[in-house]
Design a protein around this ligand. Structure first.
Ligand code: AMP
Length: 211
């Protein structure tokens, strides 16, 4: 099963991906997570990506495409994958098509998680992340019972730089301008399925299972 998850930041792609990963045992490949790992590790890519990420802008296509060529050629992607946060531009989608064509495989489905801008701002501006284990909380919808401390591991909770409201608004603008053209790109290929991102956390899994 080879799936692309599309949708604005805060649509719940990570949460939906977890359900699909558990059911199909395929890797959840999130470019955002990979880039944050590079930033944490202080790699050359991390240093170059950071300023774009903190400002809510897209990291240049050539950096992302090179990173993904490397990732998708790894053994665990051989029988399938779930892409989250990639592609994000038409040139990235074209590069992905070329890469998969070379590998002799194709995408089975592209699922678009639809969420309104107001819901995105409400979700992301309240999001808090554990610095140690990466657990995710929300100040209103899922607060930690220990305040700014992670219930699971005792780590500090923090707000991602790009979850500040003005950066969220910029990320949404970038999404509407650069990523939403992918909806018609994949619609034309007959691959696009639309799902509400304001309903069940396994909505994507259910669509893939033909519900
Ligand atoms: P995410 O966690 O998917 O919202 O990604 C966080 C940030 O990483 C984005 O705001 C971008 O700066 C960068 N990023 C992630 N994926 C991509 C991509 N496919 N193309 C360009 N930038 C990306």
């Amino acid at each position: 099963m080879r799936v692309v998850l599309l949708g604005p930041p805060g649509a719940g792609k990570g949460t939906q991906a977890a359900a699909v990963k558990e059911r199909y045992g395929i890797p959840h490949v999130s470019t955002g997570d990979m880039l944050r790992e590079h930033v944490r590790g202080g790699t050359d890519l991390g240093r170059r990506a950071r300023e774009y990420m903190d400002g809510g802008k897209l990291v240049p296509d050539e950096l992302i495409i090179a990173m993904m060529e490397d990732r998708l050629s790894q053994g665990d992607c051989k029988d399938g994958f779930l892409l989250d946060g990639f592609p994000r531009t038409v040139p990235q989608a074209e590069a992905l098509d070329q890469l998969l064509h070379k590998m002799g495989i194709g995408i089975d489905a592209v699922v678009l998680l639809d969420v309104s801008d107001d819901v995105v701002v409400e979700r992301l501006s309240g999001r808090r992340v554990c610095r140690s284990c990466g657990a995710i909380y929300h100040v209103s919808f899922h607060p930690s019972s220990k305040g700014n401390i992670c219930e699971a591991c005792g780590g500090d909770l923090y707000q991602r730089e790009d979850d500040r409201e003005e950066v969220i608004r910029r990320r949404l603008k970038v999404y509407h301008e650069q990523t939403s053209p992918l909806e018609s790109y994949y619609e034309a290929k007959g691959l696009l399925r639309r799902v509400s991102g304001e309903g069940a956390t396994d909505a994507v899994l259910r669509v893939l299972q033909g519900h």
